[in-house]
Design a protein around this ligand. Structure first.
Ligand SMILES: Nc1ncnc2c1ncn2[C@@H]1O[C@H](COP(=O)(O)OP(=O)(O)OP(=O)(O)O)[C@@H](O)[C@H]1O
Ligand SMILES: [Mg+2]
Length: 245
């Protein structure tokens, strides 16, 4: 179920990054409900903006006008069978990447997304039982292989995360303890299989402590031109050093 970036055909972003000067940085935040994804995306966005970077903060589902409609359908609409649910997430992701994420990366922005394809692998692939590999292939097809440079997994006991939330639970938040236990384990297994892409943070810590760990991991990626999100990372000694763009 792991994703080897080297096995993914480089897409247009990788070509731009390899060929022409400054390129963007793509960071996703993952984890269960209420773990602090939106909090951390906002904190990191403010930090990067203060450094002078163009920052695009977005989310899945719902990062585009069409995505807002799909989000309502998938989280607050009628009951859906698992394949319909998976395809709606994939449709949202395809449009999100094509219309917002890739253009931002191509002009050199830092894109921070609150959830990305690893959520589909964990929730629809493992949680709903559709199969992690199949759901991963569906998502990679939808986004033409675009993977983040860094994925932050905010790891927390699902009961603690759900207890942080107020308001009526959505369809996924209502899916039950066993579902949330399986998705947590799926995230952790996925992170362990590709540690070069993932940072796992104990999300029971205070938000500022979590944010500091994210900033520390991101700092080297901000200092150096980075390979395209779909390309394999070079050996550390081959990474050129340079100033913050
Ligand atoms: N590290 C933390 N410790 C304690 N509370 C936190 C922490 N981070 C965020 N919170 C609080 O927990 C609640 C949920 O945080 P947040 O909305 O950032 O989580 P989320 O992962 O985006 O949730 P959702 O899955 O609903 O989108 C908020 O009230 C937030 O202030
Ligand atoms: Mg949120």
């Amino acid at each position: 179920m792991s994703t080897d970036p080297a096995s993914v055909v480089p897409g247009p972003v990788a070509d731009v990054v390899a060929g022409q000067g400054p390129a963007g940085l793509f960071v996703s935040f993952e984890g269960g409900d209420g773990v602090g994804k939106s909090t951390q995306v906002a904190l990191l966005g403010r930090h990067l903006a203060a450094l002078g970077r163009e920052v695009v903060v977005t989310r899945e589902p719902g990062g585009t006008p069409l995505g807002v409609e799909l989000r309502r359908a998938v989280l607050h609409g009628e009951d859906l069978d698992p394949r319909t649910e998976a395809l709606l997430y994939a449709a949202d992701r395809a449009h999100h990447v094509a219309s917002l994420v890739r253009p931002a990366l191509e002009r050199g922005a830092v894109v921070l997304t609150d959830r990305y394809l690893d959520s589909s692998v964990a929730y629809q692939g493992t949680g709903r039982g559709l199969g992690a590999d199949e759901v991963e292939r569906l998502s990679l097809w939808a986004v033409q292989g675009l993977l983040p440079h860094l994925t932050v997994l905010l790891d927390l006991d699902p009961a603690v995360g759900l207890a942080r939330l107020t308001g009526d639970p959505d369809r996924l938040e209502s899916a039950g303890d066993e579902f949330h236990r399986r998705t947590r384990e799926a995230f952790l297994a996925r992170a362990a299989a590709a540690p070069q892409r993932w940072l796992v943070v104990d999300a029971s810590q205070p938000a500022e402590d979590v944010a500091a760990q994210v900033r520390a991991r991101l700092a080297p990626l901000l200092r150096a031109p980075v390979p395209g999100p779909s390309e394999p990372a070079p050996a550390p000694s081959a990474v050129p050093t340079g100033g913050v763009a």
